[in-house]
Design a protein around this ligand. Structure first.
Ligand code: C5P
Length: 218
């Protein structure tokens, strides 16, 4: 039998990360935060001052990321970059380089490698559409822009970063547009995806819903 995959896609700050992570914990599955790979590539590009127009150089960085995932922590070589990759500047740069086909292509193998027994919960923008099109369960998680901006605001403040609501709203709107309108792997619900609007739902409720759907298809 194939190793099961639950693909959870959705826009920025829709709560996918929290939900996907908890679903993985509950099932004892591995967890792939695919956005972190784009963020890692962005972090390295920013540090090397690589031009965001140099697709070839950026793809090379993506293909050679010396990254490792240990529990909740993400490393670049020996450096724990779990916090550094959450900066808004890094997220914004990640969304800019994510439009480049060569960069996306360079990260495919790394993502497929996360599918190990007993199963995987993968979170991103194209998990159900491109990377794991045969996932046993596909979920498209959404929430209103206002709800997402508020969540992102709280997250940033909790992590000790400065945050400004007006800037966040603008950034979210821009990032949504970039993710939805790019020609390669645009953000959209996968064929057969279950839609979950979490605007008025807490994380526990969303997790239960996903687990119920999974129990029905497994
Ligand atoms: O999910 P997160 O906000 O960490 O992702 C950062 C950026 O990486 C997103 O804004 C999106 O542009 C890009 N991304 C993507 N495909 C994925 C995951 C993230 O294009 N599977």
């Amino acid at each position: 039998t194939p190793i099961p995959v639950i693909a959870i896609d959705g826009p920025t700050a829709s709560g996918k990360g929290t939900v996907a992570h908890r679903v993985a914990d509950r099932l004892g599955f591995h967890y792939l935060d695919s956005g972190a790979l784009y963020r890692l590539t962005a972090l390295v590009a920013l540090r090397h001052e690589t031009s965001l127009k140099d697709e070839h150089a950026l793809a090379k960085l993506a293909a050679g990321l010396p990254c490792s995932f240990v529990g909740e922590h993400i490393y670049l070589g020996k450096e724990d970059v779990s916090q550094a990759i959450r900066r808004e500047e890094v997220g914004n740069t990640a969304s800019r380089i994510a439009v480049l086909p060569a960069v996306r292509h360079a990260l495919v193998g790394l993502q497929l490698g996360f599918r190990k027994p007993p199963g995987l919960v993968a979170d991103g923008r194209d998990m159900g559409t491109v990377i794991f099109p045969h996932a046993q369960l596909k979920v498209f998680l959404t929430a209103s822009v206002a709800a997402r901006a508020e969540r992102r605001y709280k997250q940033l403040i909790e992590k000790g970063f400065a945050a400004n609501m007006a800037d966040l709203l603008q950034d979210l709107t821009e990032r949504d547009a970039r993710d939805a309108n790019r020609s390669i792997a645009p953000l959209k619900p996968a064929e057969g995806a279950y839609l979950l609007d979490t605007s008025d739902m807490n994380a526990d409720e969303a997790v239960s819903q996903v687990l119920n759907w999974y129990a029905a298809v497994r």
